[in-house]
Design a protein. Structure first.
Lengths: 166, 956
């Protein structure tokens, strides 16, 4: 099972955090910090795996990719294959790239909800469900279409009228 | 939502009035000009330059959110919740207080509202922090129901909340609601998500197995969509790997086998391989069966991930099959050879590490790569290489390799140097130094390690120095020499990491002072001015060592004179036999040293005392109590020595005639002669309980008096338990007698102070003697030379006997393996789950083993036609039978323990009450209850029983 997905920038600021086993906020903070401490100490051009026993408990591994200003980190246990996880990071990045057209850190910063929508299509409850970025993209577009059509009626005027109507 | 404020006086006045009216309730302005999530992010980014500014911005945003989230307008509420979710997720704020507001948004007809709420819930809800979860039950059920309004966009986040945040109750309640999605149309895009949710539901609530398991199995069928199959296989992989006993999943082997042979999806193949790696050890014929497809994959698959998984499967579960292992080793070599891809090399090294000791030749063949990897830039690879090398350590090569590594550590960067030291310390210290034959070498290696400039492993070195002192008598002289070398080096005193090592060295040279060559030098070393750099506690150890040295030199001085007086050696021996017989051996050592080496002169002793007095004197005013106390002890001792009559008389013969002196000598000898040794953790059990101490006598009146007052009365009781002198017991015996419940209560509360009660101690000194060739230490000047040097084989050679291994005192309870307590709970739960699954898959009420049933079935069918295989048939089930029987017994004993506990607790209640409470509290019995309930609905078991024959066909 995948234990966590972390996207953070090279300064250690988290951009997307998803823990598939509940962690209270302080613990999340601590975990992100220790992950960053490990990653920032690693030079480029080294392997992408890190033993994460000390951070996430026995048997856990961490695979990461350093792309531009971001670290993409997947934490997983013995039920997953290391190289497959590396591919999965690629799937996530590719999907983001297609979704935002040349994704950069800012896209990820300002699209909190969409990031979660995309991630939830790929990984659900810690299980990998979809590995084709095309199908992920289709599902995400469908969701945003539905959301738009559903919320187009409710704009600021509605809230005002609703208020006076009472 | 527009963010530009409209400068309109009407709105302004309205907002100010409403603000004045209810300051906490959301104002119209809040609603109208609410900042969106983007605005919030922008404001946070503009203030991100300093943490103070950012914190202020967050506080302001939170205040805003607190107001907005109470708005009756759902849009406002949704945006507020969205902002809060953002802050909570990426700025680590607690948002459990807003749980109710999230629930309020769930029924909204506008799609974004429930989606926002579900996202918030999946990120922040958990049974441990939110007690509002039950309130969501109805809404979740509504959203899960099959209806055109419930689009995947709405159902998926609902499922996610159920998967990530649900409690056992919620999962049990909603498990039936997953069924329409799980077993409905195969094209339902939600099906994979429902499968993943069902997996999580099973994990938190094993009782749901009868409902959920059958549909999960169906998802594996041919007719399912590939995505559903993939999800189902992942789910089974998760279940099988988590179960302590995966045998309940054996009946599904044919399905998995079909996937292994047919599937072209790498994700599915990986998961299937993982499942087989777990199942194959249970069923030998299964291993034979999958051997071929796995080897095919290993040869043909273009995907490295699948190849690696095949390697792992072969090494972990098919290691009996030589050809497969050879193939895997070839593939590992390919991995190791890929210089451009560090990931593959790393994984290759890991795979090597998985090889058992039987396949050392494989490691040997890749020796060069392994050694070269020690020099890699990647810390992972270096670490893995180090582990591999440590794994190859044997008695015969430990000296050679450790020396080599130690030299290498001198040259590598601090982190890795410490990693090497750590590995060497851990491996050599493993299982009471089982690898070490030459303790003199090891002790001097420990001393050298402490001198490594990067050394930060002082604590472990300290522990081992003292431990070896206690356990290995033969190593003591060398130990004392190493300790002297450490103590005498003034450069080491300033290193804070070495404080502990020096403390051990000081203790060793004080405790085993009889092995010391030069007492005056030792005292001077222990009292050198730079010791003021040490921490106060270590200085206290130093002074205590001085105390022992002074005592020893005085005693030996007197003994020497006595010996000189009486001349005859026979007399001398008898004098010693009269004394305390605890440490005659030690005394013999003392004698030898006096006879052979030094004769302590009156002047030199007097000089020593003077020196100690002048240096320790100022410390008796020290602020630190430990130092002050010890310094005063030393001074007091010197005072006593000086006070003895005729001390000032130069004629040494006069001295011995003072009776007082012999008294003092006896006293001091008694104080230090008893040897310290390692203490078993079960030592308390060996203390015999005095006969007149009745621990089990009723003390219920005390329980009544004490009521619920805790701690203090109990402490006094625990003290009384310790005393074993009859006199003391008499005094205490009134309050001591205590009902076991009170004791248990106390034990629970102060478990820390109790010793574990497991097995009785048996001391075993019958350690197999091993031998060790002393190899010349090779000098390494360059990292590259390391490769050349280790061109020698790692494989243990036949060693020539040079020196027997000294006796190492060993207590049976062993060092270190004191886990198990924590894992119990989880195991129990897993056990429940696999029990439930066994029931579903095999439809057995009284869960006898799966293979038991299979065997009877099988033999009846097979018996006639195939006699040659009969042996195989019979031997196999027997094995698994035994295994299952053990499992069964374990779980039933657990169950009974569980029940007794309940009975004890509820002793005063009526029988029916016991029934009720145990049903409510014990998960196990509630499982039975749940199963009966579901059985009545009659959904799962009857169909599933028919699965049984499937495995028979497959396995035969």
């Amino acid at each position: 099972m995948i234990r966590a997905v972390i996207v953070m920038n090279t300064q250690g600021k988290p951009r997307l955090l998803k823990f598939y086993e509940f962690q209270p906020p302080e613990k999340q903070h601590e975990l992100t910090r220790s992950v960053f401490a490990v990653l920032s100490g690693r030079p480029d051009n080294v392997s992408n795996f890190v033993e994460a026993d000390a951070i996430f408990g026995p048997g856990t591994r961490l695979v990461y990719k350093h792309l531009a200003t971001l670290y993409f980190v997947f934490v997983f246990d013995s039920c997953e294959n290391e190289l497959a996880m590396l591919d999965l990071i690629q799937v996530l990045v590719e999907t983001l790239d297609r979704c935002f057209k040349n994704v950069c850190e800012l896209d990820i910063v300002f699209n909190f909800n969409k990031m979660h929508t995309i991630l939830d299509e790929i990984i659900f409850g810690g299980q990998v469900l979809e590995t084709s970025s095309e199908r992920v993209l289709k599902a995400v577009e469908e969701i945003s279409r539905l959301e738009k059509s559903s919320s187009s009626v409710s704009f600021v005027p509605k809230s005002v009228s609703g208020r006076f109507g009472r | 939502r527009s963010e530009a404020p409209i400068p309109d006086p009407f709105w302004a006045s309205l907002s100010s009035s409403s603000m004045a009216a209810t300051s906490s309730a959301p104002s119209l302005v809040d609603t109208l000009f609410q900042r969106s999530l983007d605005d919030l992010i922008r404001s946070l980014r503009s203030s991100s330059s300093s943490s103070v500014l950012e914190a202020a911005a967050i506080t302001r945003a939170l205040d805003e959110i607190r107001r907005e989230i109470r708005s009756p307008d759902l849009d406002t509420k949704a945006v507020a919740l969205q902002k809060l979710t953002y802050l909570a997720s990426l700025h680590h704020l607690d948002m459990s207080w807003a749980a109710f507001h999230a629930l309020e948004l769930l029924p909204s007809p506008s799609l974004p509202h429930p989606r926002v709420a579900y996202l918030a819930a999946s990120l922040s809800f958990h049974p441990s922090s939110t007690d509002l979860l039950p309130l969501a039950t109805h809404q979740l059920r509504k959203h899960l129901a099959p209806s055109p309004a419930n689009t995947p966009a709405l159902v998926a986040p609902a499922l996610h909340v159920l998967a990530l945040a649900s409690s056992a109750d919620l999962a049990c309640h909603l498990a039936p609601d997953l069924l329409p999605i799980l077993s409905g149309q195969s094209s339902n895009p939600l099906r994979p998500k429902a499968i993943a949710t069902a997996l999580r539901a099973l994990a938190v609530c094993p009782d749901a197995a009868p409902v959920l398991f059958k549909p999960l199995v169906d998802c594996l069928s041919l007719s399912s969509e590939p995505s559903a199959v993939s999800a189902a296989v992942s789910a089974f992989c998760e279940l099988a790997l988590a179960a302590p006993d995966p045998s309940p999943y054996l009946p599904l082997a044919p399905e998995f086998y079909r996937l292994l042979v047919d599937s072209r999806n790498n994700w599915v193949l990986i998961k299937v391989l993982k499942i087989f790696a777990r199942l194959a050890p249970l069923e030998r014929r299964l291993a034979v069966r999958i051997l071929d497809p796995v080897c095919q994959l290993l040869r043909r698959s273009p995907a490295k991930s699948v190849v690696f998984e095949c390697i792992r499967t072969v090494l972990s579960s098919l290691s009996d099959h030589d050809s497969a292992v050879r193939l895997a080793v070839d593939k590992i070599k390919e991995f190791l050879a890929s210089d451009d891809d560090l990931n593959l090399r790393y994984l290759g090294l890991q795979a090597l590490a998985m090889l058992g000791p039987a396949y050392l030749w494989a490691v040997e063949e890749s020796r060069e790569v392994v050694i070269r990897s020690l020099n890699d830039t990647d810390t992972n690879i270096r670490h893995q290489a180090l582990c591999l090398i440590m794994g190859m350590l044997r008695e015969s090569n430990v000296v050679e390799i450790c020396n080599l590594l130690f030299k290498y550590a001198m040259k590598s960067d601090p982190d890795f140097a410490n990693e090497i030291l750590d590995a060497v310390l851990a491996t050599c210290g493993r299982n009471v130094y089982e690898l070490i034959v030459d303790f003199d070498w090891y002790v001097s290696l420990l001393g050298e390690m402490a001198r490594n400039p990067h050394c930060a492993k002082g604590d472990e070195i300290e522990r081992q120095l003292v431990d070896i002192g206690l356990r290995v008598r033969d190593a003591r002289p060398e130990l004392v020499r190493v300790a002297r070398d450490l103590l005498i080096d003034p450069a080491l005193l300033g290193n804070p990491f070495l404080c502990r090592v020096l403390s051990a060295a000081a203790w060793v040279s004080g405790e085993y002072v009889e092995s010391s060559r030069n007492l005056l030098e030792l005292v001077e070393t222990l009292l050198q001015p730079r010791t003021n750099l040490l921490s106060l506690l270590v200085r206290a150890v130093y002074i205590q060592a001085v105390f022992k040295v002074v005592t020893f030199s005085f005693i030996s001085f007197i003994k020497q004179i006595q010996a000189f007086d009486t001349k005859s050696s026979a007399d001398r021996n008898s004098a010693f036999e009269n004394e305390n017989d605890v440490a005659t051996a030690d005394k013999a050592v003392i004698f030898d040293s006096i006879d052979n080496n030094e004769t302590i002169k009156h002047e030199s002793l007097s000089h020593l005392l003077d020196f100690v007095e002048t240096t320790v004197g100022p410390l008796s005013e020290c602020d630190n109590v430990e130092i002050q106390e010890r310094a005063r002890n030393v001074l007091g001792l010197i005072h006593i020595i000086r006070e003895t009559q005729y001390w000032d008389i130069v004629a040494e013969h006069e001295l011995t005639r003072d009776k007082k002196i012999s008294e003092i000598v006896e006293l001091m000898e008694a104080a230090f002669s008893e040897e310290l040794g390692p203490v078993s953790t079960n030592a308390q059990k060996r203390v015999t309980v005095p006969e007149d101490l009745i621990l089990n006598e009723n003390l219920s009146d005390l329980a009544e008096v004490l009521g619920d007052i805790d701690v203090t009365p109990c402490t006094s009781i625990s003290f009384s338990l310790r005393c074993h002198h009859p006199t003391e017991t008499k005094e205490d015996s009134a309050p001591v007698i205590e009902p076991s419940s009170l004791l248990a209560e106390h034990r629970k509360r102060h478990g820390l102070y109790y010793l574990p009660t497991e097995k009785d101690e048996v001391e075993s000194n019958d350690y197999p003697l091993a031998n060790e060739p002393l190899l010349a230490v090779s000098h390494v000047d360059d990292a590259k030379d390391i490769v050349k040097l280790t061109a020698q084989s790692f494989i243990p050679r036949k060693a020539k006997p040079t020196k027997p291994r000294p006796v190492v005192i060993r207590l049976d309870e062993g060092d270190g393996d004191s886990s198990s307590g924590l894992t119990m709970v989880k195991e129990f739960k897993d056990d429940l789950l696999s029990g439930a699954i066994r029931n579903v898959l095999l439809g057995n009420e009284s869960k006898p083993s799966s293979s038991c049933d299979m065997s009877s079935d099988r033999t009846s069918r097979r018996g006639e036609n195939d006699a040659s295989n009969n042996n195989d048939l019979f031997s196999q089930p027997k094995e698994s039978n035994a295994l299952d029987g053990r499992e069964h017994r374990k779980s039933s004993s657990r169950k009974s323990r569980h029940h007794t506990r309940h009975k004890e607790k509820n002793g005063s209640l009526g029988n029916e009450d016991i029934e009720e409470t145990s049903h409510r509290h014990s998960t196990r019995s509630s499982r039975h209850q749940g199963r009966h309930k579901h059985r009545e609905r009659g959904d799962a078991p009857p169909d599933v029983v028919s699965q049984e024959p499937v495995i028979q066909d497959f396995l035969l």
